[in-house]
Design a protein around this ligand. Structure first.
Ligand code: HAS
Ligand code: CU
Length: 549
């Protein structure tokens, strides 16, 4: 096995190996919140520990390890040479894994049930924060390596356009560095010192604001590998060409520039910021929809090219002729449906006035399970199915089973999230362990909640099928498999402007936008009256802390 392939494979295995148990926790969480009798139902602490582990694995571990593995695979295959800094990459892998295990152990011990957003003044065991810091901080080695590999290739190939896949994964890496800056600062300056007892009080509002710098950008960090597949793998798998390489570059640049200065749309209901800045960031959030709209157009156009090439006629006849039995093609179809529905929800969330209607209700949980769990994660599966033969040298066993798994995933996500959206509109709060279904207004939600439990178990079945396909393939017979190939554009670029081949100017624009959007909102904490509060320790017994007593 090629060295870069082994690196990618190990990253993918950590991602998917932990993903399956996290899916099990998810199914149990849905069950225990429902009117049905569930094991451990009378232990609300188990619920919060479970949600924390589920969220930490899905939001940080699955995504970060997946993006890193995908990045190394792209660097090796799109640039056509072994990656530079392989040793550093393994060191990064070890640091991230150590952080993951440390964070997971402290959640399992019941001392870190602060959920994946760890909003202060909630306080967890310091080892949870140190673990999260190692995982997120360790992935910065990957960011640096993506940048080094991109630059080295450009130096050796002056004037050549960087392959789109490499351009896009480098944009993803830079975006992740910007995104992570908020949570890393929150961890080092606020949470870790307080958790170790080096400080007494905690500035909860500053902590939440720093986390908001991370919170929107991180969701695009999760999303970008899916978009890389849309642009560089889907047209190839469908047997066509990419509609436009330039549109791809613009999309990834827009994601880099627009995703960070908008995080305050997660704080519309928080009192520490004035409505002016909230409005500015609400407005900027509209811009984030642009790259998605461009992408929906480009992907549909690329699929149309493939469908017509395969003999499709008429206005929509090309849809029928697409090879829907290929996991990558099926996944993009299902992914776009979920993106359309989930994106519609996103537009409601970001509308300053309408946010009050859905904030902190199950609607939000439904929104991100649909768009992250659905749109994004289904593409992670498809990427794994595409990559597995290339990195193991063994064909996929089998494409049919893989397609069944993808169908089940999409159906499961829809069964989970459609009722969840409705209960959210009925006022069901998110992040609540136990509901009293004897209360008539809560009882009305019962049937919807039970429906979504069924979806949770369909998802669990699909997660297990994923492992079956990956393990069976890995232990299969070695065979000749085609090398990784990325989609060719209809007009392959011979020369691209510097701005579409590098990131300097875009990082500078982003810095200016960040100063405009966050300069005062963060600065105010240093020149206005301090408003620090006691932290509330979360242990398995939820014992009030010294300060609380
Ligand atoms: Fe979001 C909350 C706004 C996209 C993830 N989001 C969350 C949280 C997560 C998350 C995890 O403004 C919860 C955080 C927490 O725990 O507190 N989100 C948006 C907006 C978009 C958006 C405007 N979110 C995502 C993506 C995520 C993600 C992507 C993960 C990967 N979100 C919010 C807001 C909140 C929020 C507020 C805070 C809520 C609160 O109060 O707490 C946009 O990027 C969406 C753009 C997408 C579109 C859709 C375009 C249409 C398409 C259709 C093409 C389809 C075709 C096929 C052609 C505008 C692509 C046929 C289609 C059919 C439909 C048949
Ligand atoms: Cu957001």
């Amino acid at each position: 096995m090629h060295k870069s392939s082994r690196l990618a494979l190990y990253h993918f295995w950590v991602a998917f190996g932990l993903f399956a148990p996290a899916a099990l926790l998810g199914a149990w969480q849905m069950w225990t919140r429902s009117p049905l009798p569930a094991p451990l139902h009378d232990h609300p602490n188990a619920y919060y520990a479970s949600v924390t582990l589920h969220g930490t694995i899905m939001a940080y571990v699955l995504t970060t390890f997946f993006a890193m593995g995908f990045g190394y695979a792209i660097a090796a295959t799109s640039l056509g040479r072994p990656i530079r800094g392989e040793k550093a990459a393994w060191i990064g892998f070890a640091i991230c894994l150590a952080g993951t295990l440390m964070a997971a152990a402290s959640v399992v011990s019941g001392k870190a049930s602060v959920l994946y957003t760890f909003y202060p003044p909630l306080l967890a065991s310091p080892w949870y924060y140190v673990g999260a810091f190692l995982l997120i901080g360790g992935s910065m080695i990957w960011v640096v390596l993506m940048s080094i590999n991109m630059r080295a290739w450009k130096r050796d190939n002056p004037g050549q356009p960087l392959p789109l896949a490499m351009f896009a994964i480098t944009a993803t890496a830079y975006l992740w560095a910007w995104a992570a800056s908020g949570v890393l600062l929150e961890l080092i300056c606020i949470l870790i010192p307080r958790a170790f007892g080096w400080t007494d009080l905690i500035d909860a509002a500053l902590g939440r604001t720093l986390f908001s710098v991370t919170l929107h950008a991180i969701v695009y960090f999760w999303l970008m590998p899916a978009y890389i597949a849309f642009y560089t793998l889907v047209p190839q798998a469908a047997g066509g060409r990419l509609y436009s390489d330039t549109m791809g570059r613009l999309t990834f640049i827009m994601f880099l520039v627009f995703s960070v200065p908008v995080g305050m749309h997660h704080l519309f209901a928080d009192p520490e910021h004035g409505s002016g800045f909230k409005f500015v960031q609400s407005f900027l959030t509209f811009l984030v929809a642009l790259p998605t709209l461009v992408t929906a157009f480009s992907v549909s156009a690329s699929l149309e090219i493939a469908g017509r090439h395969r003999g499709g006629r008429g206005r929509l006849g090309w849809i029928r002729t697409l090879p829907w039995n290929k996991p990558m093609v099926l996944a993009v179809g299902l992914s776009l449906i979920m993106l359309g529905l989930g994106g519609f929800g996103g537009i409601i969330n970001m509308s300053y006035a309408m946010n009050a209607m859905i904030h902190n209700t199950s609607w939000v949980t439904a929104h991100f399970h649909l768009i992250f769990g659905g749109t994004v994660v289904i593409m992670y599966f498809a990427i794994a199915y595409e990559m597995w033969p290339r990195i193991t040298g063994k064909p996929l066993r089998s494409e049919r089973l893989a397609c069944c798994q993808l169908w089940l995933w999409c159906i499961g996500i829809l069964i989970v999230t459609i009722p969840w959206h409705i209960t959210g509109l009925m006022g069901q709060p998110r992040r609540v362990a136990i509901f009293d279904y004897h209360i008539p207004t809560v009882a009305r939600m019962g049937p919807l909640v039970i429906a979504s439990v069924i979806g949770g178990f369909v998802l669990l079945l699909s997660a297990l099928l994923l492992l079956v396909v990956l393990i069976r393939s890995q232990f299969g017979e070695r065979a000749v498999v085609e090398p990784m190939r990325y989609a060719l554009a209809v007009n392959p670029p011979r020369h691209v402007p510097v701005a579409l081949n590098s990131f300097g100017v875009w990082n500078a624009i982003l810095l200016a936008l960040m100063i405009a959007a966050y300069g005062y909102p963060i600065g105010q904490f240093f020149f206005l009256k301090p408003h620090k509060v006691p932290a509330i320790e979360v242990t398995s017994q939820s014992i009030p802390t010294q300060e609380m007593r």
